[in-house]
Design a protein around this ligand. Structure first.
Ligand code: SAM
Length: 393
């Protein structure tokens, strides 16, 4: 592909990304993979270059752009190498017209930028949300030890006891240690959220919103494969990914429970009042994960945020019913909005005098309300809110 053809391909892909953001369609990564599956003539360098252009353009635009061309024109205002590639060549984009409007720059749609500022995410903290995430690994204690594990590259040692950091794009999935389950890909913040659960061998622990089990596997390692560890979720497809991952990781203790939406407590009735710990890694807006999914900021609206908060309240109430007297609950969202963090745990505690907040003992993060917040700007992790509450004995 010529450089101009790469720009045109990126514009077409941006059109698809924008349409999907408006309609709740597939994420950008999937759209890019599908696009190239149908265009086998594109080599690996073309794919990398187009992908890079798409993501740079997404990051450059704040509000949802009118179309892919407007998004690329925005990037062209920031990168002098781009305007000459709008050259009208057979596979390239038409020249940029005089007065042609570029999409608006910015952090996010205005309402969302305001909501973040209201949650003390502005300036450098806000800009860091759109940086590039490194690649973090968690060494799986069930199979290896960080101090002695021999990897093709050394990696930087992280504050989480099993964490290692590598440059973005490191092909760890080709490493023997990865294939054999000695390491898992897991953001440092996510590893710290699991540590906040304080899961110990022999306990009964429920990962209420387990998804594909990223955090469940970390809990199994902390529990040394001993005790009861339940991974539940309402999404069959996500939960079904856990089985093979658990097998690879040697985490034989996990029991998966598919929940009926609206009847979650019934699905877990045998654990009512029994669990030592329940992790609520709740569905949320994902404002803390924009480094990986920058187009996620175009998928949100205020109504969606209100719905997330209501689901989080519901899940917290369900979790509370599972915890034994003296047990604990850990509430986690990958959001930096107080509406999905400090305000949720405050509402939970205000209605339950028999529960009290406990500050998670973590090496990173800053206090936010009754919990703790990790941010890309301060902690170089994905953004997380993490709160821990204990039930009276
Ligand atoms: C943030 S994701 C969890 C990610 C997962 N814990 C991990 O570490 O990979 C939130 C999950 O909550 C699940 N979920 C949504 N509504 C739920 C409900 N009512 N009960 C249980 N899980 C629910 C979603 O299907 C999704 O997998």
């Amino acid at each position: 592909m010529t450089p101009a053809a790469r720009v045109q391909a990126a514009i077409e892909l941006l059109d698809a990304v924008i349409a999907a953001a408006r309609t709740g369609g597939a994420p950008a990564d999937r759209l890019i993979a599908d696009y190239f599956r149908q265009r086998r003539y594109a080599g690996s360098k073309d794919r990398r270059a187009v992908r890079e252009l798409v993501y740079r353009a997404i990051r450059a635009c704040g509000p949802v752009p009118r179309d892919g061309r407007a998004a690329m024109c925005r990037l062209a205002l920031e990168d002098a190498a781009l305007p000459p590639l709008f050259d009208g060549s057979p596979h390239g984009p038409a020249p940029i017209g005089p007065g042609e409007e570029a999409a608006d720059a910015g952090l996010a749609p205005a309402w969302l930028e305001e909501a973040l500022a209201g949650s003390a995410i502005a300036g450098d903290e806000a800009r860091a949300l759109l940086g590039r995430a490194p690649l973090d690994l968690r060494v799986n204690r069930l199979k290896a030890d960080r101090a002695t594990l021999d990897l093709p590259e050394p990696g930087d040692v992280l504050a989480a006891p099993d964490g290692l950091r590598f440059p973005a794009g490191t092909a760890v999935d080709r490493w023997t240690a990865y294939r054999e389950g000695a390491v898992e890909i897991q953001d440092h913040g996510s590893q710290l959220a699991c540590i906040a659960v304080g899961a110990r061998p022999g306990e009964t622990v429920i990962d209420l919103c387990a998804g594909g089990g990223g955090k469940t596997l970390a809990l199994a390692a902390a529990m040394e494969n001993r005790g009861t560890l339940v991974a539940s979720d309402t999404d069959r497809a996500r939960l079904s990914r856990l089985g093979p991952r658990a097998q690879r990781a040697g985490a034989g203790m996990i029991e998966s429970v598919l929940l009926d939406p609206g009847r979650e407590a019934e699905g877990l009735a045998r654990f009512a009042g029994q669990a030592d710990a329940v992790l609520v890694d709740a569905p949320c807006s994902g404002t803390g994960t924009w480094r990986r999914n920058p187009e996620a900021r175009w998928r949100l609206d205020p109504a969606a945020l209100t719905r997330f908060a209501a689901v989080q309240d519901r899940l917290l109430a369900i979790a509370a019913g599972l915890v034994r007297p003296g047990g604990r609950l850990v509430f986690v969202t990958c959001s930096l909005l107080d509406a999905e963090g400090a305000e949720r745990i405050a509402a939970f505690l205000s209605e339950r005098p028999d529960w009290r907040a406990e500050r998670p003992d973590l090496p990173l993060g800053r206090e936010r309300g009754a919990g703790l917040r990790l941010t890309p700007g301060h902690d170089d992790t994905d953004g997380f809110f993490i709160a821990r509450a204990a039930r009276a004995c």
